[in-house]
Design a protein around this ligand. Structure first.
Ligand code: PRX
Length: 634
């Protein structure tokens, strides 16, 4: 078997071997990586025992694979180019040699602060280079990183810090985000009031604002410490199943879950999937527009490209600042060949004047990618025509925080790309569609709930501190299978099309938000008795948030005032990304006789599709349905 997949036949060969003889397949694939001790045990555990281990007796350091092993051949090759929020910002660039030194420096700073193997470090930063070098520095010394997206609130940040019992937080004084600045340090200070485990805060000054407060016993200037640190640091050799990072994500119930990814399997998965799907050549330039605060940034800004020795751009800003041509200006400036973004950004830019695209030379582009939510056909066609000049394959990559890396996706130039289809599974992935009773849909063309039936190297191993919740969340709906929470269709050529979440998780601009979390925040308002939140189709965001709110009897408040106050609660509890787009006041919520809210009806009303509401006679309060329809103007 050829280690690289460079033809359709290679794909078939890899896929067949990976599913019929997984031990043999992964033992061979593992040889493309550098191990301190090569693994002999390849796969252990299954979806019943949930004691899943990959490459268990292997020893490695993932940063050795991202950095050290490239130094001989690619030491002077560009690893990362940094583009700041404003086009006028200083441009920074790091070769593999330089990035290696920066990561070592940061690793030594962490060590000096007493951070050891397995300690947790939380990053709450904008996309400055130190976010990248910081997570790699943790991995260098065996500390566990947990990055919290800079749009989350103090309360959300505190919850994550407490849950993983972080010892140290790394933040910015302030972050630039388009024309705005966000007071990350101030939010961190607020969060830390309720956290007892954090000893030190490293502050990477970005705006140097004088109004930012510093606590001389706790806060340290990161850039100053880095400038004094030694630039060599031996990697800590980790066991393959040692933790690498925790990343929090929303589910249908409860507080966000800290998914734990481990070292060896994740490295192989990030490395393989990046290589196979993007098919980059040595001189290509890659740009993923995500934030490192999400899984996309972990696997396909930080680890995947570096494991493969690629040159990438990382970007601090937003697509529309200073104007809607910014993405295309960056593509032209760096001669990007591989461009990877989210459908919500594509739709937002598609809605702008085409001149913003036409003003730029995009002829360097070879491959386009899409991630985070289903891409609608119109956006796909625009991306293909206006950005890709009809010559670039679009890899529509379906995967999740839980999966660590791509699960179903075309491989550029190798398997076909068709609008709205993620197409074929990656080697090692066995998808299965089941009906609501869990019965496998065996017909070639089918539509159902998407499950995966065998473990793969990159899967999250547990929910930090709560293995039982991990079992309950993913493996009990359809026993013995991993349930993704997504629905999918399969066509006559066995290609998969993801239709979206079938559980109570919303996907707002590609951000995953649980309905329960938003409801909890709304319910904090003293006038609110109860609320129900659903997603509905939104032209730009993919899904918007629609909130139905039942107020206390006698509560007198104008809708606009209520909306403003509700938003304040949501910004406080979660962050601005979870603000509802629509709020409707109702006198009750449709409930089953057992008291469960019938979200199906609420979803239909929110999407203005009430032609078939199904049987409502079993509701406890069927009369409320007409009122809700009327209130929505239907
Ligand atoms: O519903 C699917 C959607 O995003 C969910 C995972 O969200 P998160 O864990 O935040 O990871 C996002 C980045 C991988 C999935 O359950 N999703 C992700 N990619 C696609 C997608 N839906 C359709 N097509 C995709 N390509």
């Amino acid at each position: 078997m050829n280690q690289n997949i460079s033809s359709r036949d290679d794909y078939e060969e890899h896929y067949t071997l990976s599913t019929t003889e997984p031990e043999k397949y992964w033992a061979q694939i593992a040889k493309s990586y550098d191990w301190k001790k090569e693994p002999q045990k390849i796969i252990q555990g299954d979806f019943n025992d949930l004691e899943i281990k990959w490459f268990e007796d292997g020893q490695l350091n993932i940063t050795y694979n991202c950095l050290d092993r490239h130094l001989e051949k690619r030491g002077n090759k560009t690893a990362v180019m940094w583009e700041g929020n404003s086009p006028d910002d200083e441009h920074l660039s790091y070769t593999y040699n330089e990035l290696h030194r920066e990561v070592c420096r940061f690793a030594n700073v962490l060590k000096d602060q007493g951070i050891k193997k397995w300690d947790r470090v939380v990053f709450y930063m904008s996309m400055v280079p130190e976010l990248l070098t910081g997570v790699l520095a943790c991995a260098r010394i065996g500390a566990v990183h947990s990055v919290v997206f800079g749009g989350f609130s103090a309360q959300a940040l505190a919850g994550r810090i407490q849950d993983c019992e972080a010892k140290l937080v790394v933040t910015n004084d302030e972050a630039y985000r388009g024309a705005k600045t966000i007071g990350l340090k101030e939010i961190t200070d607020e969060a830390l009031k309720s956290c007892t485990t954090v000893d030190k805060v490293l502050v990477r000054k970005r705006t140097h604002a004088s109004h930012v407060n510093y606590d001389s016993t706790r806060d340290l200037d990161l850039l100053e410490l880095l400038s004094q640190a030694d630039d060599q640091c031996e990697p800590e050799w980790m066991n393959a199943e040692d933790p690498l990072f925790i990343l929090y994500t929303s589910g249908s119930t409860g507080t966000p879950k800290g998914l734990l990814h481990t070292t060896g399997g994740y490295m192989v998965w990030a490395g393989q999937t990046f290589k196979n799907v993007f098919q980059m050549e040595e001189d290509d330039i890659y740009w993923c527009t995500a934030d490192i605060g999400w899984i996309t940034g972990h696997s396909y800004i930080a680890y995947g490209p570096l494991i493969n020795g690629a040159s990438s751009v990382i970007f601090e800003g937003i697509p529309t600042y200073p104007d809607a041509g910014r993405f295309w200006e960056i593509v032209e400036k760096y001669k990007i060949t591989h461009f990877y973004t989210a459908p919500t950004a594509i739709r937002a830019l598609q809605a702008c004047d085409l001149k913003f695209v036409k003003d730029h030379d995009l002829s360097s582009l070879k491959v386009l990618g899409s991630v985070g939510e289903p891409i609608n056909e119109e956006a796909w066609q625009w991306y293909h025509k206006e950005i890709g000049n009809e010559k670039c394959p679009i890899v529509d990559t379906w995967w999740q925080t839980e999966t660590g890396g791509f699960m179903i996706s075309p491989m550029a130039g190798i398997t076909e790309c068709i609008p709205s289809y993620a197409t074929y599974p990656q080697p090692g992935i066995l998808p299965q569609l089941v009906d609501n009773e869990g019965v496998q849909l065996e017909d070639k063309t089918a539509e159902g709930n998407l499950c995966i039936t065998q473990p793969w190297p990159g899967m999250a191993r547990t929910i930090w501190g709560n293995h039982e919740r991990y079992r309950q969340t993913y493996f009990t709906t359809y026993p013995g299978k991993y349930f993704t929470g997504d629905g999918a269709k399969r066509d006559e050529k066995s290609r998969y099309r993801i239709t979206g979440r079938v559980d109570d998780v919303m996907n707002i601009s590609g951000h995953r938000i649980g309905t329960a979390e938003v409801e909890e925040a709304i319910n904090e308002h003293p006038f609110v008795v109860e609320s129900a939140v659903v997603g509905y189709p939104h032209d730009i965001k993919g899904q918007g948030i629609y909130a139905y709110i039942n107020l206390n009897e006698g509560a007198e408040i104008e809708l606009d005032k209520l909306k403003t106050e509700i938003n304040e609660f949501i910004i406080k509890v979660i962050g601005p990304i979870a603000k509802p787009d629509q709020v409707q006041i109702v006198s009750g919520l449709p409930k089953t006789r057992s008291g469960k809210i019938m979200r199906r009806i609420l979803r239909k009303v929110a999407s203005k599709d009430v032609s078939n509401l199904g049987d409502i006679s079993t509701l406890l309060n069927p009369e409320v349905v007409d009122e809700i329809k009327k209130g929505a103007g239907l």
